[in-house]
Ligand binder design. Sequence first.
Ligand SMILES: [Mg+2]
Length: 178
Amino acid sequence: MRKRIAIDMDETICDTMARHIDWYNLEFKQNLKKADLMGKKIYNHVPPEHLARVRSYPDNAEFFEDLEPLEGAIEGIKELNQRFDIYIATAAMEHPSSFSVKYEWLIKHLPFLSPMNFVFCGDKGVVNADYLIDDSARHFRFFSGQGVLFTAPHNVNEETEVRVNNWQEIKAYFVDKA
Ligand SMILES: [Mg+2]
């Protein structure tokens, strides 16, 4: 039986952070960059008077429309898909209005995966896979397989068992895991 890899969407496959920064800069005429968010979330960075608006962006379905895939993500998944069963696991319950847009995104960018392999969930502890690639280490807590932390600005200072910095490193990590 092939091993299963579950893969997160936001900030692991999709450049959701770029969208968050773009919308923030546009609305508040700022010049925020990813480099300014090392070791913290955008919510910990913006001044209190901007916080409510910045928190509300992901409640708007358009926020998740046409997100850019991270470099190498689509090719990387295509390649892993040759040797592993791939599941996309997104904590969509945090922003229920994102369901349809996220589904459309997956259909468009990962047409080689069956929609039966898309998992829209809350806590990813329920996902039954051998590996979970995710930029949020909190999802590893109740996950029974091996968590693989995908580096994002907010998690650069976190201690973790396995960390990958980009999709090249994911491919390298899984070379001998099938
Ligand atoms: Mg994520």
